[in-house]
Design a protein around this ligand. Structure first.
Ligand SMILES: [Fe+2]
Length: 191
């Protein structure tokens, strides 16, 4: 479930004086870390939902968008990319897990506890899940998110990307692709 921070939301000092250009990955990391270190900025937006992840847009302009994401261990983004945006994540409370897709073996899981952060470029594909009840992370993207790629892995292991809006809730796409079996059968018969 998402919403945009209302005008009555507290002022966030770290959002003042943002550069009027696309931010670098290091600048994004410094921005999310500063907001994570300022509980007054994110605590009013915290809520949890096992079924639909709760997230709030703190800020959006032509160059950057900033979000508060709240996590339970049931929350899972599924595999996704951020199209042309770079991003950074700082964990403000609790712990989240960043999963990195590895072809041919189990995903690489990186636990990110409160106080830690990471950044990534547009080439990055990942999946994020909550690790601890009541976790909170701050995310920033530049250029601001517009389209994203949501990935599904079929029962036959075929990876597919679907372009989704930044306003859509990312979640695992586990449905099998019904045409996969047919496609594989045709390939075998044709070989
Ligand atoms: Fe992401």
């Amino acid at each position: 479930m998402t919403s945009v921070a209302e005008s009555t939301a507290p002022e966030v000092p770290a959002l003042n004086d943002l550069p009027a250009r696309v931010l670098t990955r290091q600048e994004l990391r410094e921005l999310v870390s500063a907001i994570a270190d300022d509980p007054a900025a994110w605590q009013p937006h915290v809520a949890y939902d096992d079924e639909h992840r709760h997230y709030v847009c703190l800020h959006r302009d032509a160059n950057v968008d900033v979000w508060v994401l709240c996590w339970t261990p049931s929350n899972d983004t599924g595999w996704h990319d951020h199209d042309i945006s770079s991003g950074a994540v700082a964990v403000a409370h609790g712990e989240v897990i960043e999963h990195n897709l590895v072809i041919g073996s189990a995903a690489l899981e990186i636990k990110v506890p409160a106080g830690q952060s990471f950044h990534f470029g547009p080439d990055h594909i990942h999946r994020m899940t909550g690790a601890a009840e009541g976790s909170v992370s701050i995310h920033a993207y530049s250029p601001p998110l517009w389209r994203m790629g949501q990935y599904a892995i079929s029962t036959t292991g075929v990876l597919r990307r679907t372009s989704v809006s930044y306003a859509d809730e990312l979640r695992p796409v586990d449905e099998p692709f019904p045409d996969d079996q047919e496609r594989l059968r045709d390939a075998v018969l044709g070989s």
